[in-house]
Design a protein around this ligand. Structure first.
Ligand code: PGD
Length: 758
């Protein structure tokens, strides 16, 4: 029998899959992909890993004693039950809570990447379901660039004007003289984009963009081979950016005509650069003290920036920190002073090096989309405030100029995310998850979030269902064929919600009378009709399914900032002034000390927890926490634990050798990791990527505290926001100390399911 390879896609790109004689999945890269993602290697090992959730499972004391707050979450065995029992219990609790407290008491924000596929997107399915039964408390923005999502509308009118229309790497190669890359140009992030890409070209382009690069980062790994590395002290880019701006101003290298015609508020910022309000001129000498880049280098770079077409790029990681608005706004200030915003290959970039789609040249096309319906509940949280929400019902918080109140959450419903991977201060998150009466989680694997639930419903993976898939700026739409039968008793999120909707009298509202295949046809054909209205043609559904993928048609749309540049009066930005707001009266009017009305250097206020600066960045070997049990992720571990990279001087000072198990710790918690030594990390900095499955154990060194045996850095990060403006995730940085581990090594228990009773 010949193998039948079928097309599918994932957040790490399109690929092909088949099953072997034992029924195990085998994968191969997409034939047209010049640089398949290394993450593809995680698929085979994860698909049937022992940590797959096999049957509905219920936490023992929730089943025995009924719903209620419980500090036992994450510590207790589960009882496997049949689907009807589990669905009846979940439906009854949803009904009780909405009846007693209103739908606001249900948190359905459920942040997370889940899987590729336009229909079986777990978070969208959950939102659609909850909307059909009266709504839910939602979350806004994302962990990736949530700070920018709030800031950018104030400065340039919309998020998409910067992120949605980034120049392609080809345009950069053809037009740009110099990329000034704050945060470097990490290639490790460029195989991933939500929905995936078919042809990976970004990593090669970022590794060698064909133009001069000045790369500013504490991490040498994020610098292109041909780039010049400015080894900056972490969290101080704003000081350097302001000093570059000061040099442009002092040496009259700024474009006054551009600033007058296209911007507002430059005079306020210029006064700040000169030191009018605070007596501190933001000179290169001032900055050098903070960012530890020599003043002469800053001056020289400013002159080079003014000498040609310059792209100022700020990675998303820089805004995932305290005062994360500032490096973004200061980057826009620099690009505005150079007068190149809206010119091909010039101006401001945000996210080159952060995700594959930035710099991709695929068409900007609306993709088939499942409607989530309307949520009648008005309550929401900025996404990274999940622990505050659960711990502080009734408390007020600031967000983007509003004073809002946290509702009282009684039931948490999560599908397609792993907050015990993505959130900060996981010990605090455990306390927060002890508060609600019920926590329901749909998961493919026994992640830490599943282990902290009361009811775990086993979900299929993309390989076990049919879907349509493409990422933003992808070149193809993939017909995602089913490869494997559903694992054990797992079900699609859609069929789980259909069964719940049925129990709650909302079946038709949820399904509109369609099965999963019917939805695929419906979404595709509605999309095809809307393309036809634009004069674009794609084949009918049956043909698309047979072909396995179709090329997406080109659409000609001029980027908004190009139109703005051509005529700011007829194509103004959606800001109050219609111009780029280098000073925002709106933001200023909010009166937030942690986000004033113009870009500024603000002294860090988050408490320091140790002498070393921890960078908790995106992992090179998996997508967030997904695929942690797969081959690429497992091979990178040191003695089974996540690798932490230290400078040899910091290691020597602590008696740490290559490959040793070390303990990272601060006031919030501790984790174990395996030491890797590298002089491509700035002294004083340690790097522990996110995504090792959280493995909490009692810390023998501190009573009542938790040590993660596996190396999840979010036991060390602070659960504090970037600012009151955005309340964004600031988890990229923390302060820690590191020591050699002594005493018995705790076993890693994330790679087997939790205790399961009957
Ligand atoms: P994932 O590991 O992708 O992480 O956080 P996110 O929660 O998105 O989690 C997705 C989960 O969905 C996985 O557990 C997977 O098994 C599950 N899943 C996949 N497919 C399905 C499905 O079909 N159905 C169901 N029900 N479940 C499914 C990512 C977040 O982490 C992000 S985006 C960023 S940028 C943040 N970055 C940082 C950082 O820089 N530093 C720190 N310290 N922390 C961060 N956290 C953030």
């Amino acid at each position: 029998m010949t193998e039948r390879w079928v097309p599918t896609t994932s957040h790490w790109g399109a690929y092909q899959a088949t099953t072997d004689a034992d029924g195990d999945v085998r994968v191969a890269p997409h034939p047209e992909d010049p640089a398949p993602s290394p993450l593809l290697r995680n698929v085979e090992g994860s698909a049937r890993h022992p940590t797959r959730v096999a049957r509905p499972a219920i936490r023992r004391s929730w089943l025995d004693n009924g719903p209620g707050p419980s500090a036992n979450r994450g510590h207790e065995e589960f009882v496997e039950v049949d689907w009807d029992t589990a669905l009846d219990l979940v439906a009854a609790q949803l009904d009780r809570v909405r009846g007693e407290s209103g739908n606001e008491a249900i948190f359905g924000g459920s942040y997370g990447w889940s899987s590729a596929g336009r229909f079986h997107h777990a978070q969208s399915q959950l939102h659609r379901f909850l909307n059909t039964i009266g709504g839910y408390t939602a979350s806004r923005n994302n962990y990736s660039f949530g700070t920018s999502q709030v800031l950018l509308p104030h400065v340039v009118g919309t998020v998409s004007s910067v992120l949605g229309y980034a120049d392609s790497w080809e345009t950069i190669r053809d037009n740009t003289d110099l990329i000034v890359a704050f945060g470097g140009l990490p290639t490790k992030n460029l195989s991933v984009t939500p929905g995936g890409v078919t042809r990976h070209t970004g990593a090669a382009a970022a590794a060698d963009p064909g133009v001069e690069v000045a790369a500013i980062s504490p991490l040498g790994a994020d610098i292109p081979a041909s780039g010049r590395w400015y080894s900056i002290a972490p969290g101080t880019d704003v000081a350097m950016q302001l000093a570059l701006a000061h040099t442009l101003l002092a040496e009259d290298l700024h474009d006054t005509a551009f600033l007058q015609r296209y911007c507002t508020g430059f005079e306020v910022v210029a006064g700040y650069l000169r030191g009018d309000p605070d007596g501190v001129a933001k000179t290169p000498e001032w900055a050098a003290e903070i960012c530890e880049i020599p003043a002469a280098d800053i001056r020289e770079l400013a002159r080079r920036m003014a000498g040609g077409r310059t792209l100022v790029n700020v990675t998303w990681s820089l805004q995932r920190t305290e005062h994360g608005e500032q490096p973004v706004w200061a980057g826009i200030l620099l690009a505005a002073m150079l007068g190149q915003i809206g010119l091909p290959g010039g101006g401001f970039g945000h996210g080159y090096g952060s995700m594959a789609e930035m710099g991709d040249s695929g068409p900007l096309l609306r993709l088939p989309t499942l409607s989530q319906g309307a949520n009648p509940v008005r309550a929401f949280i900025p996404v990274a405030r999940i622990a505050d929400l659960l711990l502080s019902p009734g408390e007020e918080f600031q967000y983007n100029g509003q004073t809002r109140t946290y509702p009282d959450i009684r039931l948490v419903y999560w599908a397609g995310g792993n907050p015990f991977h993505h959130h900060q201060d996981l010990t605090r998150l455990r306390r927060a998850f002890a508060r609600p009466e019920t926590v329901v989680v749909h998961e493919t694997h026994w992640t830490a979030t599943a282990r902290h639930a009361d009811v775990v419903l086993p979900a299929t993976t993309t390989l076990e269902r049919e879907d349509l898939g493409a990422g933003r700026r992808d070149t193809h739409l993939t017909a995602m064929h089913r490869v494997l039968d559903p694992y054990a008793e797992s079900r699609d999120d859609y069929s789980i919600f259909t069964a719940l909707a049925d129990r709650l009298g909302a079946r038709h509202a949820f399904t509109e009378g369609r099965g999963a295949r019917g939805w695929l046809e419906h979404l595709y054909e509605s999309w095809r009709a809307s393309l036809l209205d634009q004069g674009l043609e794609v084949p009918r559904f049956e043909r698309f399914w047979e072909l396995g993928r179709i090329e997406l048609p080109e659409v000609a749309e001029q980027p908004p900032l190009r139109r703005f540049r051509q005529d700011p009066d007829s194509s103004p930005l959606h800001t109050p002034s219609g111009r780029i707001e280098l000073f925002s009266a709106t933001v200023d009017g909010f009166g937030y000390p942690d986000c004033p009305g113009h870009p500024a250097w603000l002294e860090p206020q988050h408490p320091r927890g140790g002498p070393l600066h921890l960078i908790a960045n995106q992992p090179p070997t998996r997508l967030h926490s997904q695929g942690d049990v797969g081959a690429a992720s497992m091979e990178s571990k040191v003695d089974g634990r996540e690798p932490v990279t230290l400078h040899p001087e910091d290691a020597a000072a602590r008696g740490i050798t290559e490959g040793a198990v070390v303990r990272l710790f601060n006031d919030r918690g501790a984790c174990l990791a395996g030491a890797r030594l590298s002089d491509r990390v700035r002294p004083g900095v340690v790097v522990l990527p996110t995504g090792a499955w959280f493995d909490p154990k009692p810390d023998p060194k501190r009573d009542g505290a938790t040590v993660c045996a596996h190396g999840n850095p979010n036991v060390l990060t602070a659960d504090l926001p970037s600012s009151r403006l955005s309340q964004g995730c600031a988890g990229q940085h923390a302060h820690v100390d590191v020591e050699p581990h002594d005493g018995p090594l705790p076993e890693i228990t994330t790679r087997t399911p939790p205790p399961l009773g009957t």
